[in-house]
Design a protein around this ligand. Structure first.
Ligand code: ZN
Length: 573
């Protein structure tokens, strides 16, 4: 039994995520976690909300709530949606947890001791009316280049010129609109990532099995231009983890918090501590450090991370700088699976513009399995891909309704009408069944290989082919015709076809867990991973009772598709 630690990139707290976010980390991570559990491995699957930073503060202010209350409410919303999509996290934590406070302060202290943190005096814009320093993007004014009057302090959206806040003409606070701004000096801590460059390069060079998408992004940040830069890890904000050196105060850093990019990845570790302290799971009593400290049992853990490509620099350079720089035996990631973007109907999904389908809306119109199947079988592995309503309708109707659903419905109803609701006895498997079993065994091994390699599209294609093989067998064996001449032979065909249902349930469960459960329960079993097609297709014995399940997947008709396309064409209300 292997031990697998799986983390999904942690979603930001301010609002509901769209399907592009979902397929870019949480959903493929869930697929892998479900698969590894089904194969008997010990899995710890963690995710959390990323709660600190100015956007959370502003969203809370807009909602008229204290930021801690706002985050608690939004965590509950995201938690419920994750469960709605059947994301099987062992724990869904929060980066604002006390565990993450302690660990983030601990890491900062270790990095300071190792000489990897330096203090930098900076000039920053302070808003007297807001009583706070303003991050660059929260200062607005007129662009000196093109005259656009809503340019941000970091960049003009209109002409894309990179700006400094002091470049803006008539600068004002984006929070209050106040022009009562001044430049003040403030001190910040920087993580000396540049000092870690050779160590990081050697580590990344050793990862010869990583996807090119992952390593190419890492190398670009390591070497482009002046190479990897030191990064500020503190901010002048109220909401966040107070800057401390371990449990000691940090002179000169009073009233400051760690910057969100520093504390967010540490939540991967803290989340395991949350899981243990919540007393969840059969493995939790053994402690979280056996997943995270190589001196305390984690030396045999394989750690796999899932994320969109925009998160790769943080996970290949910044977080490893924290871990390596601490000088302590923390577990480093073994494999990073990164994804391109899913686009929406001729454009991009956009949270700020409310464009696309969001997780809550998706579950209002269809159960999770429809979305899981389509999104995972089109996951943007090698390039960006696009969601269109036509493609969604076509694939759902074909793969789920016509192939899988129809197969289950057809054979259970046929059996009920000719033999009753028990697996029929008599006859034996002949050459046609032997050929099917041999084919399915080959496909089963191939499917497992793709799942082990996290080649998700190939795995989905193989699973689809496994469903198709059963349909084609049933079509060509034709028990409804054979029954008239040779009911004993028809019984053997029916018995094999019924045995395909629990076989499919086990193999399909990582993709479509609800339908898999329905299929298995109809046959009086639970979804389990088959050892081989040969043993699995003889598992249901003659005389075993079953029930005809409800329709597994309803087809999407053209009128409904057009309705949805129109409903989600505009901006989210
Ligand atoms: Zn401009």
């Amino acid at each position: 039994m292997a031990r697998i630690l799986i983390t999904s990139a942690i979603p930001y707290i301010n609002g509901i995520k769209h399907l592009g976010n979902l397929v870019g980390s949480q959903l493929p991570a869930d697929l892998f976690a479900r698969y590894k559990r089904a194969r008997g491995d010990e899995v710890l699957f963690l995710c959390a909300t990323d709660e600190h930073g100015t956007p959370a503060e502003l969203a809370a202010a807009k909602a008229g709530k204290p930021v801690a209350d706002y985050c608690a409410e939004m965590w509950a919303v995201q938690d419920a949606l994750g469960r709605g999509f059947r994301l099987s996290f062992d724990h869904f934590g929060r980066s604002s947890s006390p565990q993450n406070h302690r660990l983030t302060q601990h890491f900062a202290g270790r990095l300071a001791e190792a000489g990897l943190i330096r203090e930098v005096a900076e000039k920053q814009v302070y808003s007297n009316a807001d009583g706070r320093f303003l991050p660059d993007r929260y200062i607005e004014g007129t662009c000196p280049n093109c005259g656009y009057d809503k340019a941000r302090g970091d960049q003009c959206e209109n002409c894309t010129k990179q700006l400094d806040p002091t470049d803006l003409i008539n600068p004002r606070s984006a929070i209050s609109g106040s022009t009562d701004l001044e430049v003040r000096e403030t001190k910040h801590l920087y993580l000396r990532q540049s000092a870690m460059r050779d160590q990081l390069r050697a580590w990344i060079d050793s990862k010869t099995d990583w996807p090119i998408l992952t390593t190419s992004i890492a190398r670009k940040w390591l070497d482009d231009g002046d190479g990897l830069q030191d990064r500020g890890i503190t901010r002048d904000l109220d909401w966040g983890i107070p800057v401390k050196k371990g449990d000691q105060d940090w002179p000169g850093m009073e009233g400051k918090v760690f910057y969100v990019w520093f504390d967010a990845p540490i939540e991967y570790i803290a989340c395991a501590a949350e899981w243990v302290e919540a007393g969840k799971g059969p493995g939790s009593e053994k402690g979280w450090e056996r997943w995270w400290r190589t001196d305390k049992g984690a030396e045999d853990v394989r750690y796999v991370q899932f994320m969109g490509k925009d998160n790769v620099p943080f996970h290949t350079l910044s977080f490893p700088s924290t871990i390596l720089g601490s000088g302590e035996p923390w577990k480093l990631v073994d494999y990073i699976k990164s994804f391109n973007y899913l686009n929406y109907d001729g454009g991009q999904f956009s949270t700020s513009q409310g464009r696309g389908v969001f997780m809550d809306q998706a579950l209002e119109i269809l159960p999770a399995d429809y979305w899981r199947w389509w999104l995972l079988s089109h996951v943007p592995e090698t390039s960006d891909t696009e969601f269109t309503w036509e493609a969604f309708q076509q694939d759902v109707n074909k793969d789920l309704a016509d192939v899988l659903g129809n197969f289950v419905s057809r054979i259970t109803k046929f059996c009920r009408s000719k033999f009753g609701e028990t697996v029929p006895e008599g006859g034996s498997y002949g050459p046609q069944e032997a050929a099917l079993i041999a084919d399915l065994d080959t496909r089963l091994r191939r499917y497992e290989a793709h799942m082990d390699a996290i080649e998700i599209r190939k795995a989905a294609a193989e699973l689809r082919a496994i469903w198709v093989a059963g349909n084609e067998y049933l079509q060509s064996a034709g028990p409804w015709t054979v029954f008239k001449e040779d009911p004993v032979r028809a019984a053997a065909i029916t018995r094999l076809a019924l045995n395909l249902i629990p076989f499919y349930a086990g193999l399909s469960a990582p993709f479509i867990p609800d339908a898999a459960r329905t299929m298995a329960e109809a046959m009086g079993t639970n979804p389990t991973w088959p050892d081989s097609a040969e043993t699995a297709l003889a598992a249901l014995k003659p005389g075993q009772a079953f029930t005809v399940p409800e329709v597994l997947f309803a087809k999407i008709d053209d009128a409904t598709r057009e309705d949805w396309a129109a409903r989600f064409a505009g901006v989210r209300g």
